[in-house]
Design a protein around this ligand. Structure first.
Ligand SMILES: Cc1cc2nc3c(=O)[nH]c(=O)nc-3n(C[C@H](O)[C@H](O)[C@H](O)COP(=O)(O)OP(=O)(O)OC[C@H]3O[C@@H](n4cnc5c(N)ncnc54)[C@H](O)[C@@H]3O)c2cc1C
Length: 296
């Protein structure tokens, strides 16, 4: 194991379970590093990386029950090991909620999309995690599973409450994110996603934005706006959402919503962009998301 950073304790074991129960038993002591596609983990755990391995490495990639998209009783379910390519190509999602394939299509390169999973994207908890942004506007919840008192237990947590900071979540070390669920969107719901960058599919977002709302007789309701890479976590633009409720989109309304969304964000200056430019992009994207819909 030459890849183990100096400060890590030596890995004592590696396992590649093929069922959820087996995986949960293996991580029950909270001393395992979980490996899905490895596209984040490999960089973080390499020598000089920020994450030391825990005692065991548990590769969950062979758990086929965690891969795929389904619908039951009006609830959509996406397995944690569903890859970004799977999402991009999924017929059910393309019909029911095209914003998810649209986002997957702006994600990294084909190689990364083939390996990277939606569960890994969420658990990595990057403020720039692309799939998190549209899932937030769909009111998604994550299912966390654990092996407790000799049985598999699960809890559902709103994605909105899952992140506590960059790279940090409420998930306990003995828990596996097993699936993402959300209500099948209303037929009148529209949703869109925009990501910055001259080559959006190969860039880590400088700013990303998703917006969803129901439009009935021209009036918006159930408005959700999520912004990526403009705060410590992907965040909801709650002031802009509240402002848009019950409104008909006009150029003036879109401009005010965009201004409020920029206020909702807390961007920083970094190597990719200044805070000023990020606030500017938020405003451009919110107007575009609203105006594109107003043509629909
Ligand atoms: C070149 C490159 C380009 C990239 N471009 C983008 C991009 O455009 N947009 C973007 O958002 N990201 C991008 N990424 C980041 C990365 O590819 C994604 O975040 C990806 O979805 C991570 O998934 P994974 O399966 O590879 O996760 P892993 O690397 O296997 O895991 C990531 C973290 O989540 C934990 N984990 C994974 N699955 C679970 C689970 N089911 N339950 C509990 N914990 C779990 C792991 O222990 C680890 O801490 C890029 C990465 C690279 C290397």
């Amino acid at each position: 194991m030459s890849q183990v950073p100096k400060e890590s304790a030596p890995l004592e074991g590696y396992a590649a379970p093929s069922t959820v129960e087996e995986a949960l038993r293996l991580i029950a002591d909270g001393d395992a590093t979980i490996l899905a596609g490895g596209t984040d983990l490999m960089l973080q755990t390499k020598p000089g990386g920020r994450l030391p391995y825990r005692r065991k490495l548990v590769n969950i990639r062979r758990i086929s029950e965690l891969r795929g998209v389904s619908e039951k009783d009006g609830r959509m379910s996406i397995g944690a090991l569903t890859t970004i390519t799977d999402i991009d190509n999924n017929d059910l999602l393309n019909t029911v909620t095209p914003v998810l394939p649209q986002t997957a299509n702006c994600f990294a390169s084909s190689q990364i999309r083939n390996a990277g999973t939606v569960g890994g994207n969420i658990c990595n908890a990057s403020p720039a995690g692309d799939m998190i942004v549209p899932l937030l506007v769909l009111d998604a919840e994550v299912e966390l599973s654990a092996w407790t008192n000799g049985a598999v237990t699960t809890r559902l947590v709103s994605l909105d409450k899952f992140f506590t900071g960059p790279g940090r979540t409420i998930k306990q070390p003995n828990e596996l994110l097993t699936r993402i669920v959300f209500a099948r969107p209303d037929k009148k719901l529209f949703a869109g996603y925009i990501k910055s960058g001259p080559r959006p599919a190969l860039e880590i977002s400088t700013v990303s934005a998703a917006l969803s709302a129901i439009r009935d007789n021209g009036k918006l309701s159930r408005v959700r706006i999520a912004l990526g890479a403009v705060g410590p976590t992907v965040l909801r633009a709650v002031k802009a959402e509240a402002y848009l409720e019950g409104k008909t989109v006009t150029a003036q309304v879109a401009a005010e919503a965009a201004r409020l969304a920029a206020e909702d964000a807390s961007p920083i200056d970094d190597v990719r962009a200044t805070a000023w430019y990020r606030r500017h992009l938020i405003q451009v994207y919110i107007k575009r998301l609203l105006e594109n819909d107003s043509q629909g």
